[in-house]
Design a protein around this ligand. Structure first.
Ligand code: CUA
Length: 339
């Protein structure tokens, strides 16, 4: 049998094709939303299980290729039927049973660690899934007001955090690939997830259960910070908004209250107390708007108000393109100013 000889241009084309196919795969292994670049204790355990499985699969595949080549090359007359039968039972029954049982035991012993509740006194965060955004709440206590925000979660590094997850409409799934596994959010039930971030940084979370038209636009940002920085941030989130003196911002505030925005949105420190949409108290200080669809600049608020359905097809918030341009400008400036 002769190896297939490729002409030089064909060889080069094959190299380019291989590079084109491999590069996106390798690039996908890192970044803010990668299970293979863990930034949390739980994600690291899942990644370890993955790599053992990949390593095992590659070794078994290589052995199978060698055997297949051997079977093609060897003279069929030279096969001893009894030896062959033993080989088939060993390789086809005993070997897979041993390998799969080992993998099962390895995977199962990880489970109790992955579903264990966080120790008493750990930080608790309530997250509710809604079509198509995330309500995030840091409960209050005797001395502190609760803080509510949307589509953004901040965590202190190196501490286990207890998530209490619910849904207000259909089934969603809460997933921060860099920090750990995913878990369903089921209407009428509270599911729990413990995550322990091990390094600071900005990561991305996503809804991992198809939940309707804008499912693919139901994401959130996760920022892992040092403890003192996190405490300062949370303390600020617990505060209501303060009054701004600038005329444009005052106009934005008045419009927000007079145009009915407060029927759906809460801005603590104003008369807006709606619960249908996200709490916008410090929305200008968030990393993104519209569940991680747009960055957070004045222009983005303007685009959002003008064309909600273009930016996020299916979104329940109506578009406010009918408002005069200067009113949308003032609203965008005020919202961006809510730091
Ligand atoms: Cu929520 Cu998919």
């Amino acid at each position: 049998m002769q190896p297939i000889a490729l002409s030089r241009p064909m060889n080069r084309r094959l190299q380019k094709l291989t590079a084109a196919a491999t590069l996106p795969t390798i690039a996908g292994c890192t970044g803010a939303q990668s299970t293979l670049d863990p930034a949390g204790r739980e994600a690291a355990q899942i990644a370890e299980l993955f790599w053992w499985m990949v390593g095992g699969a590659i070794i078994i595949w290589l052995v199978m290729v060698v055997l297949a080549v051997y079977a093609i090359w060897v003279d069929p007359e030279r096969h001893d039927p009894r030896r062959t039968a033993r080989f088939i039972i060993g390789g086809g029954v005993v070997f897979p049973t041993v390998v799969l049982t080992t993998l099962l035991v390895f995977g199962l012993q990880l489970l109790p660690q992955l579903v264990a509740p966080a120790p008493e006194g750990s930080l608790q965060i309530e997250v509710n899934g809604l079509q198509w955004w995330w309500r995030v709440r840091y409960p209050g206590d005797e001395t502190n007001e609760a803080a509510e925000l949307a589509n953004e979660i901040r965590l202190p590094v190196g501490e286990p955090v207890q998530f209490l997850l619910q849904s207000e409409d259909v089934i969603h799934a809460f997933w921060i690939p860099s920090l750990g596994g995913k878990i369903d959010m089921i209407p009428g039930r509270t599911t729990r997830l413990t995550l322990t971030p091990t390094r600071t940084g900005t990561f991305r979370g996503a809804c991992a259960e198809y939940c309707g038209e804008a499912h693919a636009h139901m994401n959130f940002d996760v920022i892992v910070m040092e403890r003192p920085e996190f405490d300062a941030w949370l303390e600020h989130q617990r505060q209501p908004v303060s009054k701004q003196d600038e005329p444009l911002l005052q106009k934005g505030r008045e419009l927000f209250l007079s145009r009915g925005c407060g029927a759906c949105h809460t801005v603590r420190g104003t008369n807006a107390t709606g619960r249908t949409g996200p709490d916008l108290t410090h929305v200008g200080g968030r990393t993104s708007i519209a569940a991680s669809v747009l960055p957070n600049e004045i222009n983005d608020f303007h685009t959002w108000l003008t064309d909600t359905d273009d930016v996020k097809p299916g979104v329940l918030m109506p578009s406010f393109h009918m408002l005069p341009e200067d009113e949308r400008g003032a609203l965008a400036a005020w919202l961006e100013g809510l730091q």
